[in-house]
Design a protein. Sequence first.
Length: 276
Amino acid sequence: MKRTKRIGSVSEYMAVVMRVRRDWKKRADRGFDWQPWFRGESNCGAPTSLQPRLYRSKAKISRLLYDEQEMRLDFRRCGQQLSAETQPKDKWEWYFVMQHYGAPTRLLDWSDGALVALYFAVRRGANRRKDAAVYMLDPWWLNEQGFKTLPVRGKDRPSGVALPDWDEAKAYLPEDELESTHLGPRMPLAIDPHHVSRRFAAQRSRFTVFGRDINGLKDLASEKGARIVCIPVKAASFHDILRELKTGGISESTIFPDLEGFGRELNLAWEWRRMR
């Protein structure tokens, strides 16, 4: 996977982001509303980077898909009484909410906000010695790779980021959920969620949903011309970057707009005072 130079400030980071964005847009015809996606991870180069939580296990794919199917059904069955916000209306909305609240799924979180992803990369940075990373993705390019395998002529293939009601998305979450242990698609798909939670809007959430290939994104990232890059973030700069982000309006309570997020923000401020 291509790596950019290591960054140590918000200004350095945004300079890299805009350079990559200009390069990608120049090399491909993209619509007016096209935006790259970003994912922050606290450990640059970790073996589980760019893998959804469900696929970080060594179990067989058939076992993982069965386990996820059972968890998904249980989450929807029991989650209604616990949801304090708008009730999800369909299985895709429940699936997105399930991912946001930490259950193992085939979904991988992304954001179309570069600073949001940078915050996720450094937010747990106290006393860290390892660099973090922000991964940058062209979601249109990703879907083009998967759509090439469809049995239709090139001009009839879909383009852009998928929506849950697209035929191309339905194969990743079959109508008969008891059949979801027999996934057809192999490659991951870039898909836009409905904003059924305030967190989705605050984090500018986007997702990739994985198929049968556990290393789907890593495999694609190794190919020539791949539009996935890694931006390493210097460990020594985490605190400074967090302060810069807070000045720019990005903090725990804006990313997690609830009392829990605000409480964590106050706790972080208190810990910093003790460190001085």
